[in-house]
Design a binder for this molecule. Structure first.
Ligand SMILES: [Cu+2]
Length: 299
């Protein structure tokens, strides 16, 4: 019995050591990773998280595996113990039961080992919670407002740039667009920069959920929830409203175009111009054209 606990303890220590190595690696993503037509979208039969598109999601992915391995160890060990007891001490195999009621060593071990397990889980968990909460010093802030049933994006640092984003209906899909995920005007963000989100709602509860970027916050009327991201690789990232918000809850996906800074700045110019034109008409929110055709402007 002592040997079994010894092995379990060693396994836990090894898991913790390996985990900390992995944790250290995921905190420093390569900001120079470049890919032109990278699409980070869910695929059929996907059963694990999407490929991490931000350091936050990389750490969430790591913590998930870390706790999963510890949990697998605990479940496996308890399962073996139960099998041992069932075989060795059933009524037939053990006709005269022992009247043993206390064993100080075992009682100390079953207090100390779970305590150690919780201790090695709480460290990285708290560290990740603090990391998620640290939205200080962003490069820019976007106010994200949930509406029934579309999203509105307001670029706080770009005067007047405020536009809506609707899902592309099934019968208007263009080649390359994804059914129920592509939108008319994606949220355009620069890669390699810290982006803060001020998330709110104009009507009911919505959920701003970006699985590949590790962002998930309620959009609550009359309240602002904060989150942030740092996208390491240019490409298209998808998310959804994940709070049941009414009839067309499934028709308010989120599409993000993460582009290099030069292309982002070029897009801003066109989007602002578009806003000025549209603002001549009352009650019209600007609708910048889709991104992708402005690489030329940036050169
Ligand atoms: Cu919603």
């Amino acid at each position: 019995m002592k040997r079994a606990f010894g092995w379990l303890f060693c396994a836990v220590l090894l898991t913790v050591a390996a985990g900390h190595l992995a944790f250290a690696q995921t905190t420093a993503p390569d900001p120079l990773a470049v890919a032109d037509s990278y699409v980070n979208a869910p695929h059929p039969w996907q059963w694990w998280f999407p490929v991490a598109g931000s350091p936050m999601q990389a750490q969430i992915d790591w913590l998930m595996k870390y706790v999963l391995w510890i949990m697998a160890g605990v479940v496996g060990f308890v399962g073996l113990l139960m099998a041992y007891v069932i075989v060795k001490f059933n009524h037939k195999a053990n006709k005269v039961p022992s009247h043993l009621t206390h064993n100080t060593l075992i009682e100390v071990i079953w207090l100390v080992v779970p305590t150690l397990l919780l201790a090695v889980i709480i460290g990285p968990s708290l560290s990740l919670i603090w990391y998620e909460g640290d939205d200080s010093n962003p490069y820019m802030t976007v106010t994200v407002t949930g509406h029934q049933w579309y999203w509105e994006y307001n670029y706080q640092s770009v005067p007047g740039l405020d536009y809506t984003s609707y899902m592309v209906p099934d019968n208007e899909l263009q080649p390359g667009q994804i059914r129920r995920l592509s939108v008319d005007h994606p949220l355009v963000l620069p890669v390699g920069k810290k982006i803060k989100f001020d998330i709110t709602s104009s009507d009911v509860l919505h959920g701003f959920y970006l699985p590949s970027l590790g962002v998930q916050k309620y959009a609550i009327p009359g309240s602002i929830q904060n989150s942030w991201t740092l996208i390491t690789k240019p490409g298209t990232y998808y998310g959804e409203c994940n709070q049941i918000c009414g009839l067309n809850h499934d028709a308010m996906p989120i599409e993000i175009k993460a582009v290099p800074m030069a292309e982002y700045l070029a897009w801003i110019k066109v989007a602002q111009q578009n806003y000025v034109e549209n603002s001549l008409a009352p009650n019209l929110i600007s609708s910048p054209p889709p991104v992708g055709q402005f690489a030329e402007l940036a050169k």
